[in-house]
Design a protein around this ligand. Structure first.
Ligand code: FDA
Ligand code: NAP
Length: 435
């Protein structure tokens, strides 16, 4: 960690794929500019790099092409490309023979860990960033730098001073209103770790809420892993709907679409969401839908249905009775509420987008908002701030309202990180230290 006197150029909060991609862009920026060093550091609360580890189900596949890796769309010659990784692992010919654009999530995770190894000295793990604040002793006048406060696993805090912060803390798990988590009521984001810790013999009735990719993957997993169990899928829709990844629709994730969205009108932005929300939210990949339907059909043929789809239904409340979970299920078809008793309830009920306000604390008043109360963001992902705050606060995520559908996804991280790196380096002033 830095001494108190040093001011870094950039501190990254979180070290998931977005900030890893930024680290790659900064390194490549430095070498392209013949080594003019940029002082940057990242802080990550997990003990090591982990990309949604609790959803690394063995059969789960990526939802984007392997070419949308950490770097290729920005720099096809990057040494951090997925192809470079395959080459180094000795798997490039086999990958090509496999003729699949979409690796498993497990393989992509291995790729991320491979890339992360190049930045081990830039990341501090096991520390949570708890806030961003005015530096102690800062005089009057515009703030050129801020302090990022970090807390380690012993609860001890320290602060790092920086001229720019890149907040990339990821999606926030969302439970249905009125349903809290406990040892038998989980969110999908905690699934695998908890599932592995359970005695499978005690899981005979399982319910999974939601009609998105997480829900469908978990239903398939528990159905396959627990052949003795009954699995109920509680769906707000009339069955799972397909994630549109056809070529025209997929263009909404192109780098060019970011400009179309950012510089578009309110009407055009609304049209992006109205027509293309089904590329990502509350939708499921074709292959998983078909796999689930096949299982249900095979059960029917065998006369032993144990996969049940509760359509047009929402989970409203739960009550614990010993080891049992009683779910109140509201049927949208009949407007009736009925009880469903299970041994385990998994809420694959989605995520809220990242909001930096909590971390910004008192500094948030210097970050300007639009008429709907959302943060204003420059095209280069820098928060628009009042003149009192001249330090750069950049967002990777949480910019759906300004930059569009790809904001919380991997699709555009190579290009976005390059744009942020260009902006950070371009706006950089000469190095200083505090006296
Ligand atoms: P991400 O959430 O990955 O990383 C944020 C990091 O910040 C985490 O490591 C977290 O621990 C850390 N952090 C948070 N708060 C902190 C704090 N206060 N201090 C320190 N560290 C902190 N998208 C896509 O395009 N294709 C895909 O295939 C998938 N697949 C997929 C699977 C699953 C199961 C989910 C839930 C989501 C996806 N996504 C996806 C979308 C997903 O948002 C995307 O893959 C990336 O995780 C985005 O990377 P980020 O680095 O922005 O966030
Ligand atoms: P999601 O797409 O937001 O789906 C959440 C689902 O839960 C929605 O169908 C929602 O319906 C439903 N829901 C919420 N509250 C409910 C309630 N009380 N009762 C019944 N249903 C309820 O979330 P997700 O599936 O976790 O996907 C999030 C992101 O992760 C997406 O980008 C997805 O592509 C990604 N992902 C990727 C993979 C992979 O790469 N293999 C795997 C999993 C997830 P309403 O919208 O009607 O509320």
């Amino acid at each position: 960690m830095e001494t108190e006197r040093e001011i870094l150029d950039i501190v990254g909060v979180g070290f998931g794929p977005s900030n890893l991609s930024l680290a790659v862009a900064l390194e490549e920026h430095e070498s392209a500019r013949c080594g003019e060093p940029v002082a940057f550091a990242f802080f990550e609360r997990q003990p090591r790099l982990g990309w949604h580890r609790n959803m690394l189900l063995p059969s789960a596949k990526m939802q984007i092409s392997f070419l949308k890796d950490l770097a290729t769309f920005r720099n096809p010659a990057s040494r951090y490309s997925f192809i470079s990784y395959l080459h180094e692992r000795g798997r490039l010919p086999q990958f090509v023979n496999n003729q699949d654009f979409f690796p498993t999530r497990l393989e992509f995770h291995d790729y991320l860990e491979w890339a992360e190894a190049g930045f081990a000295d830039r990341v501090t793990y096991n520390v949570e960033v708890t806030g961003i604040r005015r530096p102690a002793g800062a005089g009057p006048g515009p703030l050129e730098s801020v302090e990022v406060v970090v807390r380690d696993t012993r609860g001890e805090t320290s602060a790092v001073r920086t001229r720019n912060v890149v907040v990339s803390t990821g999606l926030v798990p969302r439970m249905p209103i009125g349903i809290g988590r406990d040892d038998r009521v989980w969110h999908s984001s905690e699934f695998l770790e908890r599932f592995r810790a359970m005695d499978p013999r005690r899981l005979r009735r399982i319910a999974v809420v939601g009609a998105g990719q997480s829900a469908a993957e978990i239903v398939r997993h528990v159905y396959d892993e627990l052949p003795h169990a009954e699995v109920s899928a509680i769906l707000p829709s009339y069955g799972y709907s397909i994630a549109d990844d056809t070529p025209f629709a997929n263009q909404v994730f192109d780098p060019a679409a970011t400009d179309e969205y950012y510089f578009g009108s309110d009407r055009s932005r609304e049209a992006f969401w109205r027509y293309h929300r089904n590329t990502n939210y509350s939708v499921v990949d074709d292959e998983v839908i078909r796999a689930l339907f096949q299982r249900a059909y095979d059960d029917e043929v065998a006369g032993a249905a144990r996969l049940r789809f509760v359509n047009l239904a929402r989970a409203e409340q739960v009550k614990r009775i010993g080891d049992e979970v009683r779910i109140s299920v509201h049927s949208l078809a009949t407007e009736q509420v009925s009880d469903l008793d299970v041994d385990l309830l998994v809420c694959a009920t989605g995520y809220d987008v990242m909001d930096p306000a909590g971390l910004l604390g008192d500094l948030d008043v210097h970050c300007l908002r639009d008429a709907e109360g959302r943060h204003r963001v420059e095209r280069d992902y820098r928060l628009v701030t009042s003149p009192e705050l001249r330090c750069g606060i950049y967002l990777q995520g949480g910019t759906e309202h300004t930059h569009g559908l790809a904001s919380s996804l991997l699709s555009n991280i190579a290009v976005r990180s390059g744009e942020i790196a260009d902006s950070l380096v371009g706006r950089r002033t000469s190095p200083q230290t505090v006296s």
